[in-house]
Design a protein around this ligand. Structure first.
Ligand code: UDP
Ligand code: MG
Length: 339
């Protein structure tokens, strides 16, 4: 089916990292859904430095459907959030959808999101009512994390919500203006404050392949979320400091009183030993928390590009907002430098 030549454009961003087992199936199902919707669309696949056949499969998909498919190939693996950011920077759509490559987010939900967008909501985010095929451990840690973040964060964060969402152009432009390196996109979208609505859906099991988020990456991502949207750990450090100082002040008075007014002053070293170890531990933890923030400041001031593009394919077909791609795609090595 030819795409309608005018009307609003929908961009769908799909980050892919070693997704050779699933990406062709994903493309088929996603294209099917988008064709049924009947809006003009583009699908932007961002290959996040895959080391398997993902790139060649994507190139084939692009060759077979050059009107709709665009590719951004990264120089190396920069991570999921960077891949999504690159897609956002290159998307031309009036509405932009973020969706995972593994069919855990059902493409059929996009239609419901579009309906919300047409009602005037600028963000329609997928909220998981059910998650299939995930370990109990992942379910519980994810649940706990979203609740903790919501309590600690300075802005209310939607619960059980990933990056699967539809955003209006105004939100996308706001995101493009946010230069930080530590990217927790779902939080950044909430921070913009545009009108948002939840679209409940059942998160399916991965269609094929394995999760690219091992525990180590999950923890790092959770830390990024916590530290980018909350100063609660820093407040905790100072509160703890004050608490300890108050406690030791009481202890000093007690020790002095015992020494001056009684015969039984504190002998032995147990108390001393416990105090030294305890406070030493607390100090190290506090130093660590402060260090996490300082490390992040260091990364921010270096102002390195957040991702490097090796090649862009198919953007000459980009229809619609013709100004968007200018100056970005003309060379095969494309550095998004001034962010
Ligand atoms: N992904 C990516 N770069 C990475 C890790 C993951 O682009 O370094 C992509 C991956 O291909 C998938 C999405 O991010 O489309 C979510 O990853 P995954 O499904 O492995 O995470 P999970 O659903 O298990 O949390
Ligand atoms: Mg997944």
């Amino acid at each position: 089916m030819d795409q309608p030549s005018s009307g609003q454009l929908l961009s769908v961003i799909v980050p892919c990292y070693n997704e050779q087992e699933v990406i062709a199936t994903t493309h088929k199902r996603l294209s099917g859904v988008l064709k049924l919707i009947g809006m003009r669309y583009e699908i932007i696949y961002v290959d996040d430095g895959s080391s398997d056949q993902t790139e060649s499969i994507l190139r084939n998909l692009q060759k077979n459907d050059p009107t709709h498919v665009r590719l951004i190939l990264f120089a190396r693996n920069f991570g999921h959030q960077m891949a999504v950011s690159a897609g956002i920077d290159h998307a031309a759509g009036d509405a932009v959808v973020l969706i995972d490559a593994d069919l855990q987010d059902p493409p059929e939900v996009i239609e419901h999101m579009l309906a919300r967008w047409r009602e005037g909501y600028q963000v329609a985010y997928g909220q998981r009512t059910d998650r299939q095929g995930e370990s109990i451990f992942k379910l519980w840690t994810a649940k706990l994390f979203y609740r903790m973040l919501n309590t600690m964060s300075e802005i209310p964060m939607p619960l059980d919500t990933g990056d699967f969402r539809l955003m209006d152009r105004s939100v996308v432009d706001a995101l493009k203006a946010m230069p930080e390196r530590d990217r927790y996109i779902r939080g950044m979208v909430t921070w913009t404050g545009f009108k948002q609505i939840a679209v409940p859906y059942k998160r399916a099991a991965r269609a094929a392949g394995e999760s690219k988020y091992p525990l180590r990456k999950m923890i790092r991502f959770a830390v990024v979320g916590m530290l980018s949207f909350s100063r609660a750990p820093l407040h905790m450090v100072s509160t703890l400091g004050f608490g300890c100082a108050a406690l030791s002040f009481v202890a000093i008075i007690y020790a002095l009183a015992m020494r001056l007014f009684t015969e039984q002053w504190i002998s032995g070293w147990t108390l001393l030993f416990i105090a030294v170890v305890f406070f030493g531990g607390i100090q190290l933890i506090c130093l660590g928390i402060v260090g996490e923030y300082v490390g992040r400041i260091y990364a921010e001031v270096k102002r390195r590009p957040i991702y490097l593009v090796r090649e862009c394919v198919g953007f000459q077909h980009a229809a619609g907002r013709s100004d968007v791609h200018r100056g970005v795609v003309k060379e095969s090595v494309d550095v998004i430098a001034e962010r």
